[in-house]
Design a protein around this ligand. Structure first.
Ligand code: ADP
Ligand code: MG
Length: 444
């Protein structure tokens, strides 16, 4: 993908935006972009206003470099527009949404790349789930995380009129709360200012221009101005997931606004990642803010159990969409007929009575029973958690609580004792109860 129209090849020490940012190391990549950790020389300059930066570790930013082809540039412009609105409405950066710091164009051998400078965050919740070995997190931690996600959603929905449309564990990143003055790795940060010698991987510039050399010298001076003395550790260490699992603060932020849209200006019919997709999207019945609330419920379940709430598969005689609808009904109950037959796609899956055409026998399994029988939550924990989640999984989108209403829910203020949590999470394995739903469907 490192070709014309594609990714921009970055090397450690490369300069961006007139020398303000220095590439440190690759953080990740998506379909449209590569993301690098970069050192922001501007924030370490004593005369500069550093309004958006809380502490010194914030001299590091995530540099998202979009592929250069026209359609990717278009998508980046849209993302920048949304992120700018998000930043403008939240000057104190407290609404649990990723912060855009800067954006610019960067010319490379593969074309012009739009670049977004974002605040540097830690691991995604998906990494956190993986780290729990797919057993899920303690309910107290789930509650904390839910509060942050809901704060972000409430801000997007109510204040900005924006639907995220791709909420899932991968798109929620932890905020690093490690105190740089106490943490030996973090306090030893030394930014890389030069391309390491003998670096041979092909980059955009093989020889430094005079301007570049000047910029590097300036960057070096800026860094020398930082009053804190740091031991040389050769680069920045990312927060380790185990720290986050043990820590008390699970602060996180909603990221990835590449697919976000205004409620009154929708452009895609098919939105959301499959497993987090709301029923009205599958049925093509129109959508609004409440699609994010559906995905939120799926995400909260996954955090607590380590499993996706719905993982549809196609099978003999039915497609993925039909299996998905069947799984939803097995958990929530039959879809109201009006909803079932109300979408542009309804005729493909439902008969006129509102029954699925090709999957006739459903195995109903309520959420609270599922949480007890399969995930071994205590009866109390399961009931309380289900009471929080079930209203969000209403087939009628208008009936789903808003993020604002959810924030008032008593479940968020509950607190389990650590002893109960240990009993529920560490010593007991998930159990498989009965036949899988898929076997039952195929065998009908
Ligand atoms: P795309 O829109 O191309 O899918 P993403 O915004 O999802 O790109 O970013 C790709 C990857 O880069 C993410 O999965 C994550 O690993 C990393 N990343 C993105 N933004 C940040 C950030 N602010 N801080 C740290 N890592 C990030
Ligand atoms: Mg992405």
């Amino acid at each position: 993908s490192y070709r014309k129209g594609g990714y921009h090849a970055v090397r450690v020490g490369d300069l961006f935006n007139g020398g303000r940012y220095i590439a440190q190391r690759k953080l990740g990549w998506g379909q449209f972009s590569i993301v690098w950790l970069a050192y922001d020389t501007r924030t370490s300059h004593p005369n500069d206003v550093v309004a958006v930066y809380g502490n010194d570790s914030q001299s590091y930013v995530a540099l998202k470099i979009q592929k250069s082809a026209a359609q990717f540039a278009q998508a980046a412009l849209h993302e920048i527009e949304v992120l700018s609105a998000v930043a403008d409405g939240d000057p104190s950066n407290e609404k649990c949404v990723i912060r855009l710091i800067d954006h610019f164009k960067h010319a490379g051998p593969n074309g012009q790349h739009l670049c977004m400078v974002l605040e540097f965050l830690g691991d995604s919740l998906l990494r956190l789930i993986k780290y729990s070995r797919y057993k899920g997190l303690e309910l107290n931690k789930v509650r904390e995380i839910c509060k942050y996600i809901l704060t972000g959603l409430d801000y997007l929905h109510r204040e900005l009129g924006i639907i995220h449309t791709d909420l899932k564990p991968e798109n929620i990143l932890l905020v690093s709360t490690i105190d740089p003055s106490k943490d030996p790795i973090r306090s030893g940060l030394t930014p890389i200012l030069e391309r390491p010698e003998g670096s041979i991987n092909g980059g955009s510039t093989s020889t430094m221009t005079i301007v570049e050399k000047k910029l590097k010298r300036r960057a070096k001076r800026a860094v020398a101005n930082i009053s804190i003395r740091r031991a040389s550790m050769g680069g920045i260490e990312l927060p380790k997931p185990e720290r986050c699992l043990d820590g008390i603060d699970m602060r996180c932020k909603v990221v990835d606004f590449g697919n976000a849209c205004r409620a009154n200006k929708q452009f895609a019919e098919e939105i959301q990642t499959r497993q987090y997709r709301a029923p009205e999207v599958i049925l093509r019945a129109g959508y609004s803010f409440s699609v994010d609330m559906w995905s939120f419920a799926c995400t909260a379940f996954e955090l607590a159990t380590g499993d996706m709430l719905f993982a549809p598969k196609s099978g003999q005689g039915f497609c993925e969409d039909e299996d998905h609808l069947a799984l939803m009904m097995e958990l929530i109950g039959k879809m109201p007929r009006k909803i079932a037959i109300g979408g542009a796609q309804s005729k493909d899956y439902f008969d006129r009575h509102g029954d699925l055409k090709r999957i006739r026998r459903l195995k109903f399994w309520s959420l609270d029973r599922l949480l007890v029988d399969k995930y071994r939550l205590s009866e109390t924990d399961a009931c309380e958690f289900a009471e929080f989640l079930v209203p969000l999984l209403d087939f009628t989108p208008e009936k789903r609580p808003t993020a604002q209403q959810c924030l008032q829910h008593p479940w968020l203020s509950l607190r389990n004792s650590t002893r109960d949590e240990t009993k529920n999470k560490s010593n007991v394995e998930k159990v498989d109860v009965g036949m899988s739903k898929l076997e039952i469907k195929v065998g009908k």
